[in-house]
Design a protein around this ligand. Structure first.
Ligand SMILES: CC(C)(COP(=O)(O)OP(=O)(O)OC[C@H]1O[C@@H](n2cnc3c(N)ncnc32)[C@H](O)[C@@H]1OP(=O)(O)O)[C@@H](O)C(=O)NCCC(=O)NCCS
Length: 154
């Protein structure tokens, strides 16, 4: 028996995505009611302010593909891909619940992304802690653009 059932899915309930992001430490704590003007989320989906279940589900459903891992019915890992299907695909939000890491789930989810999108360049943003994980799958820093910065309007 495999550790988890992993596959492409049309959708994942937003509450499950939120719970997974929460347990992975991706969401900040809820803003106290007394705080009039909460600090906006620093990054994309991070921050409870942004990450309502509805919004998270919308973000995932607007992606080109979603892959989910379930164990005994519980969502334990997820990833999504945004793609123009021709020039570039981007892997977002790969996360495995902390207590289920080290069982190959993250690898299977990423391999599913590469199975379906690996025929065109795949990019992603990695934290230093996950760089070696991604290297196992052929990802490297873009040496051609060593000074490239990721920018976002703030
Ligand atoms: C990164 C992450 C998705 C890996 O998921 P996982 O299910 O624990 O990974 P796997 O069990 O499939 O690991 C596959 C292999 O990579 C190795 N590996 C896992 N995480 C690693 C890491 N951070 N650095 C180096 N190697 C790693 C495993 O030891 C395993 O090696 P093996 O095949 O020789 O046993 C998971 O740690 C995670 O959710 N981290 C927090 C969220 C995050 O940082 N996501 C990435 C966004 S940039």
């Amino acid at each position: 028996m495999t550790y988890a059932t992993c596959g492409k899915v049309p959708s994942v309930p937003g509450t499950e995505i939120r719970d997974l992001f929460r347990c992975a430490g991706w969401l900040t704590n809820p803003v106290p009611a007394s705080q009039e003007s909460p600090v906006p989320a620093e990054e994309g989906c991070a921050g409870e302010q942004f990450a309502t279940p509805d919004r998270l589900q919308q973000v995932f459903e607007a992606s080109a593909a979603i892959y989910a891992a379930r164990r005994e019915g519980v969502l334990i890992g997820v990833v999504r891909v945004v793609s123009d299907q021709a020039k570039e695909s981007v892997v977002y939000d790969l996360v495995v619940a902390p207590e289920h890491r080290g069982h190959g789930v993250g690898a299977v989810l990423l391999e599913l992304c590469l199975r379906d999108f690996g025929h065109i360049p795949v990019t992603l943003a990695a934290t230093p802690e996950t760089l070696d994980f991604y290297r196992r799958f052929g990802f490297e820093r873009l040496e051609r653009y060593p000074d490239l910065l990721i920018l976002r309007r703030v």
